[in-house]
Design a protein around this ligand. Structure first.
Ligand SMILES: [Ca+2]
Length: 156
């Protein structure tokens, strides 16, 4: 009995790891992903160190994106930085319009310093320069419309 209990506890972290995935589920018994969902690969470059972690958030509406609040993201997570870059894979993303925000928590305190001049650099999908104020949905959005999508984001 005790062993079963411990096994159940041990399985919890694995279950939690799937929480960053959107809710879309393939049909029961399907052997292939549903045709209207994508795997999104996000490659983040420009990081100045491997310290701390990279936070990422995926938004699917202008309101939630421009609120700049991770709690309203469709999906979010943390990425371990290697060689000053990160690769994030988000599975089962329904086709549609999205925008991505990333930020480097350099000191590992779980918070992002929002000062544009801080060393906690930020990146936004489609942006090729520093984010000075709130991100703009029309500038940042991109369309997911095929099963395998890849985007690249630089932090500034
Ligand atoms: Ca921080």
């Amino acid at each position: 009995m005790l062993a079963a209990f411990l096994a159940a506890i041990a399985s919890l972290p694995a279950a939690a790891q799937t929480s960053s995935q959107p809710a879309a589920q393939p049909a029961q018994g399907a052997t292939q992903p549903a045709p209207n969902t994508a795997t999104l690969k996000i490659t983040v470059s420009g990081l100045e160190s491997n310290d701390g972690a990279l936070f990422w958030t995926l938004y699917n509406s202008q309101d939630t994106f421009e609120a700049f609040d991770p709690d309203t993201a469709l999906a979010k997570g943390k990425c371990q930085i290697t060689d000053q870059s990160c690769t994030i894979t988000v599975e089962n993303v329904p086709y549609g319009e999205y925008a991505v925000l990333v930020a480097h928590d350099v000191n590992g305190d779980g918070e992002i310093d929002r000062n544009p001049l801080s060393d906690e650099l930020k990146g936004v999908s489609n942006y090729t320069s520093k984010l000075w104020w709130k991100p703009n949905w029309d500038d940042a959005k991109f369309t997911i419309n095929k099963p395998s999508m890849a985007i690249a984001i630089s932090v500034y």
